[in-house]
Design a protein around this ligand. Structure first.
Ligand SMILES: [Zn+2]
Ligand SMILES: [Zn+2]
Length: 338
């Protein structure tokens, strides 16, 4: 069987390897869809922090079970997605159900090899399925769950104004889940194409480009001076994060989904005056996966809201760097392996 390995930044190689031997507690999947994520793009560029090479990328997966021992919930032929976060099960975070931030977390396609391969062996406890979902939908569950987790962390209520800063796939996922939860969503990005994509298709009433307008003034006018109750950062830009503190309402919550390397700073008096809450949001849990899957099943999320580009497995080495080019207007690229 074939796997695609990222040998070092900028370099791919297809390798012929042995078909995996089934381990107890695992299932072997024939991989059918692989979503390409910012993490994969940054790993290929060499700009992903804490990343080691060589590495098989790919953590947004949909596949068909081709081998599994007798199991009550899964069987051969099932179409599944995977929760790519391999948690230890014994640390304090795991004990309290926060498997998403396990002390010893290993993420498939990041810390250990992922699913850019014809077949991939996965722990059964990391599988999720819903026979009503398509392969495209199954492969989108993980990236949308990241946004879902941030929205659940914020404890937003229906009718709250939720400002999402950053309209990449993660920010768009957060915006979609906030919309499903009844928020009045406001979306900010410096990429007009992304803003117009959701403005027209999703019915998000306010989209804004802070390079082209006074974001603070627009938000004040839109919220009658109250400002958004929840601000979500999905940019991973220190500058964008620091600029977003003044966007929070009094009593508001600022959730950092995006990650960057530098220290951030903000005005303590301004933050204090608001009695603000600052939180990070890392990965997702099965509850988030389930919320996204249910929302897909009920038709509240369409795969076409996100998938903008499609490529075959063989095309990945030639096409991959083009996905980084903003000119190509990629929202989510999906590798199809039929
Ligand atoms: Zn991802
Ligand atoms: Zn743990």
């Amino acid at each position: 069987m074939k796997q695609l390995i990222c040998l070092e930044p900028g370099s791919w190689e297809f390798q012929e390897i042995n078909f995996p031997k089934l381990k107890p507690g695992f299932a072997i999947l024939k991989i059918r869809r692989i979503g390409i994520c910012g993490t994969d793009l940054h790993a290929f560029e060499g700009t992903q922090p804490f990343f080691s090479y060589p590495r098989v990328l790919g953590h947004e997966l949909a596949g068909e079970i081709v081998d599994i021992e007798a199991h009550s919930a899964f069987q051969k032929g099932d179409l599944v997605t995977i929760v790519p976060y391999y948690s230890c099960g014994t640390c304090r975070a795991c004990e309290t159900g926060k498997t998403n931030c396990c002390t010893h977390l290993q993420v498939a396609g990041v810390h250990v090899d992922g699913g850019m391969a014809e077949y991939f062996q996965v722990p059964i406890r990391n599988l999720m399925k819903d026979s009503a979902l398509s392969l495209d939908e199954l492969a989108l569950v993980e990236p949308l769950s990241i946004g879902a987790h941030g929205i659940r962390r914020s404890h937003m209520k229906s009718g709250d104004r939720v400002l999402v800063v950053g309209a990449g796939p993660i920010g768009l996922g957060a915006a979609k889940m906030a919309q499903i939860a009844g928020a009045d969503v406001i979306l900010m990005d410096v990429n007009d194409h992304r803003l117009s994509h959701v403005h027209d298709k999703w019915g998000i009433s306010l989209v804004m480009n802070p390079l082209k307008e006074d974001a603070l003034a627009t938000l004040k006018a839109y919220t009658n001076d109250q400002m958004p109750e929840v601000v979500i950062d999905a940019t991973g830009s220190a500058k964008a994060i620091e600029n977003s503190f003044p966007y929070m309402s009094h009593g508001g919550i600022f959730v950092l989904i995006g990650l960057q390397l530098q220290a951030i700073s903000f005005s303590h008096p301004e933050f204090h005056k608001r009695e603000g809450t600052l939180m990070s949001s890392r990965n997702a849990t099965k509850e988030d996966f389930q919320w996204v899957m249910n929302s897909m099943k009920s038709g509240q999320i369409q795969a076409s809201d996100f998938i903008s580009h499609r490529l075959a497995f063989d095309q990945v080495p030639a096409e991959f760097s083009g996905l980084l080019d903003p000119q190509n207007r990629v929202i989510k690229a999906m590798i199809s392996m039929d």
